[in-house]
Design a protein around this ligand. Structure first.
Ligand code: FAD
Length: 806
């Protein structure tokens, strides 16, 4: 066995083997995989191994298509059969919402140029004569859907990796991982030790235990999951062909052909935890005691849909453990607090995603960043606040609602509240409906009088649309107060602070007290890894404000630039709170609370001052993400309620209203402002979103500088545009494909909302450069149907910026 390696992959399940294979594919050959037992010994060996392509998240759809294609290539490359069956999948809609969901996916499929199309009932019956289609509103067909052989696929990855020079050691449990001072790792096993450049935790069911060996916790929880396989069903045997699988998600089961019978599995409402305090190291190729009663309701629904199932005998029941993250998406990427340690854990649809996971993780390790924005999967989306109790409650919620439709803007209630700030109860009393922002409860919208403060979800406009309208109109016509405590806030102080910041971000850091700048943070590939406002509070004292949900993600970038001992960099996100007082009357309201001169001459746009406000020592910044006149006011968290109350009281005579983040979305979309994770992402080049003017190449050094120089003269592939959309019942939400009127796909929406100032439904999105001209008419597929939209020449709200600077 090797004693040194570039990378050690811990875990020889489906995912670990894919990572090993992709590391080799991308050129690393000095790599080794350590498996505790036999390959496939975790969740992999007993999986139903269904595969499908489309996902609500566009990037995840891309990697699922990549994975499905890869299995065929792997078979050819390695000679190892992957047991691929692709008889197609039928997706059934029993409800209007499910129909919307399927039509949305069908429109996205056109954009991806993959096949996912509607069938008539006759066509569906011909494809699957055993299904009773009564009560089905629409049927979609994905010809590539099917299943693979779990062991075959895993061994194909392993064979491919071995052929390229990788080493695989079975029956070699890793017992400890210890970091050396130079950032490399000592990996101890029961056989011998390996000195590794990089460690990858792909330990599946044991992901928590392997993480603990490196001194950190992963928010994961293990649960039981069951499916059964029937004896031969004569009607299936008589057909003599493979039937498509059936995705009747409103019935909450999955079903496909297995041999000459059927395989049926279900995620029951009262799911069972398994070995919650840790997966035993000696758990092997074992199954758990079955209990089909728990899924009997789901089975009855399956029987109603496929009556042949009722009489079928059960050949075998599989009850195996699987491991869940708090939102059922992967915990993926480098651990921000460690060097050279990567995770790929909590994988639920591993067979649909293994290839893409392996490819993107290998890119991350070797090239420093994956080609797609994977924030939805990035382990950095969780912090310490996602503790064991949270992971457990969420895992059960995810499990029980596996097939539920996840609507735009949905906020899961399970496990909340985790963290609240001092104004929480006041905001609640004011009718706030909360969402969760990096663990914190944060107001989404405020119920108007006579309205229940309860969120409703759907693809069309919901009752909260009216509340958001009231908030936006009150702010645009007068003034509103927005809690912005969820922004990520950092304090950088000490000699050399400005120089250090200049080496991190792309714009020139202000050197004049009270000045602020907007700046991108460039990623390894020259894309946009972040956007920040940096303010010089004092000599060697800076405030930096950015996306709060991306705080742990951004840490990875900040930590790559060496900090002199004199520079103190710390997050003050939990220590400081903020409000944005915005709207044409913002100055009047704040002037009631401070003696500071807030006139335009004394306090200009993009300037900051330390002021006494409502008796508090506050940092005031004249900026507003609403695109209106406004100030961001920051105070220590202990003073949040005092500040919030004082602003509301002083604003009463001006008709101030509390405003939530759904309104902020509408306000910034009508102003055309991009937001991190939507318009700003490492996938997009600065010239594509129009922030290249903020990059100062005369600075000798900053993150991503060389990568940006290499791409800066390339024509934008796509351009960010604002569009006015003709809709009546539903606004764009993001992810919708954009077509030319002749049906040619040219882009996709990044954010959408009704703009109450502009009195129009609006969308921001990326379209191919050739079509990104003002006045171009396009079709946006909202609810899967084409809706006419026009590219605007200037922001729909306040195009000259007079409100902002007034
Ligand atoms: C009943 C059931 C049905 C399923 N059906 C489907 C389906 O239809 N489609 C689908 O896509 N997914 C399905 N899944 C999920 C799928 O099985 C998982 O997504 C996938 O197997 C995860 O693979 P993995 O490699 O991450 O983890 P695992 O398979 O758990 O592999 C982890 C490996 O790490 C090894 N290991 C752990 N600790 C150590 C250590 N200290 N040292 C060395 N090695 C170690 C283990 O021995 C194990 O082999 C199903 C799961 C279950 C339980």
């Amino acid at each position: 066995m090797k004693t040194h390696a570039q990378a050690v992959v811990i875990g020889g399940g489906l995912v670990g083997c894919s990572i090993l294979y992709h590391l080799c594919k991308l050129g690393w050959r000095d790599v080794i995989l350590l498996e505790r037992d036999e390959l496939t010994s975790g969740s992999t060996w007993h999986a139903a191994a269904g595969i499908h392509g489309l996902h609500d998240n566009n990037n995840i759809s891309k990697i699922q298509y990549y994975t499905m294609q890869l299995y065929k290539e792997l078979e050819k490359e390695t000679g190892q059969g992957c047991g691929i069956f692709q008889p197609g999948s039928l997706y059934l809609a029993q409800t209007k919402d499910r129909e919307h969901q399927l039509r949305i996916q069908a429109a996205k499929a056109k954009y991806f140029k993959v096949d996912f199309h509607e069938l008539s009932r006759d066509e569906a019956e011909r494809l699957h004569p055993l299904v009773n289609f009564d009560g089905i509103r629409c049927v979609m067909y994905e010809p590539d859907g099917g299943n693979v052989d779990p062991s075959g696929v895993t061994h194909a990855y392993a064979a491919g990796a071995r052929a390229m020079g990788a080493e695989i050691q079975r029956f070699t449990p890793v017992t400890a991982t210890t970091q050396r001072a130079d950032g490399s790792w000592d990996v101890e096993t029961t056989k011998s030790n390996i000195h590794a450049g990089v460690v990858i935790n792909a330990a599946g069911l044991w992901g928590r235990e392997v993480a603990k060996m490196a001194g950190f916790e992963l928010p994961l929880m293990t649960m039981e999951h069951q499916y059964f396989v029937t004896e031969t069903i004569p009607e299936i045997a008589a057909l003599g062909r493979r039937l498509p699988s059936v995705a009747d998600r409103d019935g909450e089961y999955y079903l496909r052909q297995e041999g000459q019978g059927l395989l049926v599995g279900a995620y029951e409402k009262d799911g069972r935890f398994w070995s919650e305090n840790g997966t035993p190291m000696d758990f092997g190729h074992e199954l758990l005691a079955d209990d089909l009663d728990r899924i009997s309701e789901n089975i009855l629904r399956a029987c109603a849909r496929l009556p042949v199932l009722e009489k079928a005998g059960i050949k075998r029941v599989i009850n195996g453990p699987m491991i869940w993250s708090p939102d059922s998406a992967a915990l993926f990427g480098p651990v921000p607090e460690l060097q050279n340690y990567y995770c790929c854990n909590g994988i639920i649809p591993g067979f649909s995603q293994s290839g893409g996971l392996g490819l993107l993780l290998a890119q991350w390790i070797i090239a420093g960043e994956p080609e797609y924005d994977m924030f939805a999967w990035d382990m950095a989306r969780y912090g310490d606040w996602a503790d064991k109790a949270f992971a457990k409650t969420r895992a059960l919620d995810c499990y029980a609602n596996r097939f539920k439709i996840h609507f735009p803007y949905e906020e899961r209630e399970a496990g909340r509240p985790v963290r609240t700030r001092p104004a929480y109860e006041r905001q609640k009393a004011l009718g706030a409906v909360f969402g969760m922002s990096f663990g914190w409860e944060h107001p989404l919208w405020f119920a108007s009088a006579g309205m229940e403060p309860v969120d409703e979800y759907g693809f069309e406009r919901q009752s909260w649309f009216k509340a958001v309208q009231a908030e936006c109109e009150a702010l645009r016509n007068g003034v509103g107060v927005i809690d912005i405590s969820n922004f990520g806030k950092y304090r950088i102080s000490g000699a050399g602070s400005a120089d250090w910041l200049d080496r991190v971000v792309a714009n020139r850091v202000p050197r004049v007290q009270g000045r602020s700048c907007l700046t991108p943070l460039l990623g390894v590939r020259g894309g946009i890894a972040g956007d920040f406002t940096i303010t010089m509070l004092d000599e060697d004292d800076y405030l930096m404000v950015g996306s709060g949900i991306a705080e742990r993600y951004h840490k990875r970038y900040f930590d790559t630039v060496a900090r002199p001992a004199s520079v103190n960099f710390r997050s003050i996100s939990a220590e400081y709170c903020g409000v944005n007082v915005a709207g044409p009357k913002a100055r009047d309201v704040l002037s009631r609370l401070t003696n500071a001169d807030l006139s335009n001459e004394a306090f200009r746009f993009m300037r900051s001052q330390r002021i006494a406000l409502a008796g508090l020592d506050a940092i005031a910044l004249r900026v507003s993400f609403t695109g209106d006149l406004g100030w961001e006011i920051y105070v220590p968290q202990a003073n949040q309620l005092q500040l919030y109350d004082a602003v509301l009281e002083a604003g009463a005579e001006f008709g101030i209203v509390p405003v939530g983040s759904r309104s902020l979305l509408s306000l910034r979309v009508e102003k055309g402002y991009g937001s991190w994770g939507r318009e700003y992402s490492p996938e997009y080049w600065p010239q594509e979103v129009g922030i290249d003017r903020l990059i100062k190449l005369d600075k000798p050094e900053f993150l991503g500088r060389d990568a940006y120089i290499a791409l800066k003269d390339s024509a934008p592939r796509e351009v960010l545009v604002q569009m006015k959309v003709e809709v009546t019942t539903a606004d764009a939400v993001g992810g919708e494909p954009i077509f030319l009127p002749d049906g040619a796909p040219i882009g996709r929406v990044s954010s959408g909302a009704y703009g109450f100032g502009a009195k129009a439904s609006l969308a921001l999105g990326f379209v191919k450069t050739a079509h990104a001209t003002a006045g171009t008419v396009v079709d946006i597929a909202i609810l899967g149907q084409p809706h006419r939209a026009e590219i605007l020449a200037a922001p729909a709200f306040d195009p000259t910026g007079s409100r902002l600077r007034g």
